[in-house]
Design a protein around this ligand. Structure first.
Ligand SMILES: [Zn+2]
Ligand SMILES: [Zn+2]
Length: 393
C-alpha cells in the first residue's frame, strides 16, 4: 500500500485549489446548489455511491470496502456566512455579502481529498465510509438534523462519527481533541412586553414597557449569577432590546431577544423555564404582560471518551506528540452535536492560525483567513482515523 504521507503529498495542491475555488464561490445555508454539484460530481468521478441532493442541498457518499465491517461517518459542513469579505487575496469571495468566514470551504475541500485517497485504497478496506457533506450549519435548525432524518446514518448503519473544525484559536500544525462537552447548547428567546403607552409627563397613566424591559434584563442576569453553580458553565445574554420611538413618549411595547448557552442538558431545561418565569413575573409585578417564545437551538457537542482518545492517538501519529494540544470548551454552538447524539465519535480541531503571516482574524470576521498548510493535516487525520477504525475488530 502507498504510504499515507505520499498520498497526502500528491493531493496537497488539489486540496488548496479546491478550498480556493469554494472560497471564491460561497453560498448561504440551504442555497449551496453549485457547491453541492461540485461535490457530487467529484464523488461520482471517484466511483463513490452518491446521493444528492439530500436535505435540500446536502450530498451523501458511500464507499464500500472489499469486505463487510463497521461503518464510519465523516462530516463536512458546506455553507458560508452573510459577511462581505475584506481580504485582498486572489481567491477573495466573488459574491458580494457572502463569505466563507468560518472555514467550511476548508472542511469541504479536506473531505473531498480524504474521499479521493480512501477511494483509491478501497480494495484494502473493510466496512463502509459515509461522507456527509452537510448544508447549513450556521443557522438553526441547520442541516444535520435534516440529513439524519433522511437516513444518512441508517443504511449502512453508522457505528462512529467524526468531524473536524479548522480553528483560528490554535496554531497551524496542531490538532486538538477534547473529551466530554466541548461546545454549548445554544438556544434563543424572544420576550414581547406589552404595557400602556402615553405622554412622558404622565407616567401614572401608563405602564412603561421601557422600564419593564430594563427590570427584566437585570433580573435575567441575576439567574446565572445567583442560581447556577459557579463551576458549571452557563450564559444568558440579551443581545437585542427595542422600545420606544421618541424621548417624550412612553412606549406601548418592548422587545428583548437573547440567547442561553449551557453544557448540561438538565441545566438547559432549568434555564429555559427560568427565563420565562422571571420575565413574565417581573412584567406582571410591574402591571405589564410578557409573552416568551423559546427557540431550542443545537444541543451541546459531547465527545465520547473512547473515540476521543482514539482520535488523539491518531493525531500523535499524524502531527507528532508535541503538536497535539488541548483546547478550551467554547460556548459556541455546532450541529455536529446531532450526529454525536446518534453514535459515539469525536469532533476535533485542526489549527490554522499563523501570527507571522498575519492570519490571526477569528471565525466570522470579514478578514478571516486560514493558513492552508492545515488542509493536508485535516486530510491526513480523516484518512488515518478511518483506516485505523475500520481495521479494528
Ligand atoms: Zn461559524
Ligand atoms: Zn463553523
Amino acid at each position: 500500500m502507498v504510504s499515507t504521507r505520499a498520498d497526502i503529498r500528491t493531493i496537497a495542491e488539489q486540496v488548496v485549489r479546491d478550498r480556493r475555488h469554494l472560497h471564491m464561490h460561497p453560498e448561504l445555508g440551504f442555497q449551496e446548489h453549485q457547491t453541492s454539484r461540485f461535490i457530487a460530481d467529484r464523488l461520482r468521478a471517484l466511483g463513490i455511491d452518491t446521493r444528492a441532493p439530500i436535505a435540500e442541498t446536502g450530498v451523501m457518499g458511500i464507499l464500500r470496502g472489499r469486505a463487510p465491517g463497521k461503518t464510519v461517518l465523516l462530516r463536512a459542513d458546506i455553507d458560508a456566512l452573510p459577511i462581505d469579505e475584506e481580504n485582498d487575496v486572489p481567491y477573495r469571495s466573488t459574491v458580494p455579502g457572502v463569505m466563507h468566514a468560518c472555514g467550511h470551504d476548508g472542511h469541504t475541500a479536506i473531505l473531498l481529498s480524504a474521499a479521493e485517497i480512501l477511494a483509491s485504497r478501497r480494495d484494502a478496506l473493510r466496512g463502509a465510509i459515509v461522507f456527509a457533506f452537510q448544508p447549513c450549519e450556521e443557522r438553526p435548525p441547520g442541516g444535520a438534523q435534516a440529513m439524519i432524518a433522511q437516513g444518512v446514518m441508517d443504511d449502512p448503519k453508522v457505528d462512529a462519527v467524526f468531524g473536524l473544525h479548522l480553528s483560528q484559536e490554535l496554531p497551524v500544525g496542531t490538532v486538538a481533541a477534547r473529551p466530554g462537552p466541548i461546545m454549548a447548547a445554544a438556544d434563543m428567546f424572544r420576550l414581547e412586553i406589552a404595557g400602556r403607552g402615553g405622554h412622558a409627563a404622565r407616567p401614572h397613566e401608563c405602564v412603561d414597557t421601557a422600564l419593564v424591559a430594563a427590570q427584566v434584563m437585570v433580573a435575567l442576569h441575576a439567574v446565572v449569577a445567583r442560581e447556577v453553580n459557579p463551576l458549571e458553565p452557563a450564559v444568558i445574554t440579551v443581545g437585542q432590546i427595542q422600545a420606544g420611538t421618541a424621548p417624550n413618549v412612553i412606549p406601548d411595547s418592548a422587545l428583548l431577544r437573547g440567547t442561553v448557552r449551557t453544557f448540561d442538558p438538565d441545566l438547559r431545561q432549568v434555564l429555559a423555564r427560568r427565563v420565562e418565569e422571571v420575565a413574565t413575573s417581573v412584567a406582571t409585578a410591574m402591571r405589564a404582560t410578557c409573552r416568551c417564545t423559546y427557540e431550542w437551538g443545537y444541543p451541546a457537542v459531547i465527545n465520547e471518551e473512547t473515540q476521543t482518545a482514539f482520535v488523539a492517538n491518531i493525531a500523535r501519529q499524524a502531527v507528532g506528540e508535541t503538536q497535539v494540544v488541548t483546547r478550551d470548551q467554547s460556548m459556541g454552538g455546532e450541529d455536529f452535536a446531532y450526529f454525536l447524539q446518534r453514535a459515539p465519535g469525536c469532533f476535533f480541531n485542526v489549527g490554522t492560525r499563523n501570527d507571522s503571516r498575519g492570519l490571526v482574524w477569528g471565525h466570522h470576521h470579514p478578514r478571516f483567513d486560514i493558513d492552508e498548510a492545515a488542509l493536508p493535516v485535516g486530510v491526513e487525520m480523516f484518512v488515518r482515523l478511518t483506516e485505523a477504525y475500520l481495521a479494528r475488530d
